[in-house]
Design a protein around this ligand. Structure first.
Ligand code: C2E
Ligand code: MG
Ligand code: MG
Ligand code: MG
Length: 284
């Protein structure tokens, strides 16, 4: 009997593995087409400063609606794009589109906000990465101070010397550097000491249950203190409730990103959101 269960279990396991594998191949195949046709869209999630009652930036988030597979979340396709190297052309597309958009908003006198872009380790580690950023800034005419690159802790430890050098050159361009998902990587305080970083983004896993979980409270309080003592900006990600906002404000954290304020929006909806923001802030 035990043997049989074992066998069934094995069969079940192997068939789900197969499904997962063919699923991945399907996504990869369609992803290649999407890259060829530029078949992606950028959404933008507002970043709010409650102390100034202002939107200081947006985070560009990639969206993919495949004609055969439908909507696939970045959580599904980004890892596959990273494994296959497709993240390089996709990332190039994101950087160029996002910079172009931010520049258009400035030119049309709509709003002046920072554009935050997620950068994958593979992109960051490429020898031509800084040159690429410089090129896009020149090509689009976006002032460097409008650009904020989000990297994760793990990107930095892969090759510390090289990462340090890359960050220094990015800072020389005049752009900002944020550490995304802060607290979830292989952190070490020494990189905070040495690396030229502007902002810590507190990972949403610490924010989600903040008002009920004492461990999250201790961690978030410590990250905020750390950032403030080191003169870094700190943003809370994944803010969904007023209670969370209160907790953060009591600790002098006023920069927020989350569904409570806005989901990531397509361009047109973001423009509407921005045009109405004064009235909206008045209600807060
Ligand atoms: P991330 O960089 O940490 O982005 C924040 C994610 O949290 C986004 O998910 C956003 O929609 C979601 N989010 C924001 N506020 C809330 C909230 O209040 N509650 C909840 N539950 N979620 C919230 P999204 O767009 O699905 O992206 C997931 C991840 O995929 C991103 O995490 C980022 O690591 C990656 N990603 C997205 N776009 C790009 C891109 O253009 N390039 C690269 N390399 N990675 C990207
Ligand atoms: Mg991010
Ligand atoms: Mg990210
Ligand atoms: Mg994050």
């Amino acid at each position: 009997y035990a043997k049989e269960t074992g066998k069934n279990h094995y069969q079940y396991f192997s068939s789900t593995l197969k499904t997962a594998h063919s699923e991945k191949l399907k996504i990869e195949k369609q992803l290649r087409k999407a890259v060829d046709y530029g078949n992606f869209e950028l959404y933008f999630q507002p970043q709010i400063d409650l102390s100034q009652k202002e939107v200081f930036g947006v985070e560009a988030l990639l969206r993919w609606n495949d004609p055969t597979l439908g909507n696939i979340s970045p959580g599904q396709f980004i890892p596959i794009a990273e494994e296959t190297g497709l993240i390089i052309p996709m990332g190039d597309w994101v950087i160029e589109q996002a910079c172009q958009k931010a520049k258009q908003w400035v030119d049309r006198g709509l709003f002046n906000i920072q554009m935050a872009i997620n950068i994958s380790p593979l992109q960051f580690q490429r020898p031509d990465f800084v040159e690429k950023i410089r090129h896009v800034l020149r090509k689009t005419g976006l002032p460097p101070s409008y650009l904020d690159l989000e990297i994760t802790e793990n990107d930095l430890i892969y090759d510390r010397e090289e990462s340090f050098h890359t960050l220094e050159r990015l800072k020389e361009l005049g752009i900002r550097i944020s550490i995304d998902d802060f607290g979830t990587g292989y952190s070490s305080f020494s990189y905070l000491k040495h690396f030229p970083i502007d902002t810590l983004k507190i990972d949403q896993s610490f924010i989600k249950d903040l008002t009920s979980n004492p461990q999250d409270q201790a961690i978030v309080t410590s990250i905020i203190d750390l950032a403030q003592n080191m003169n870094l900006r700190v943003i809370a990600e994944g803010v969904e409730t007023e209670d969370i906002v209160r907790f953060l404000n009591e600790r002098n954290c006023y920069e927020m990103q989350g569904f409570l304020y806005s989901k990531p929006l397509p361009e047109k909806d973001l423009e509407r959101f921005m045009l109405r923001r004064e009235n909206w802030f008045a209600t807060l």
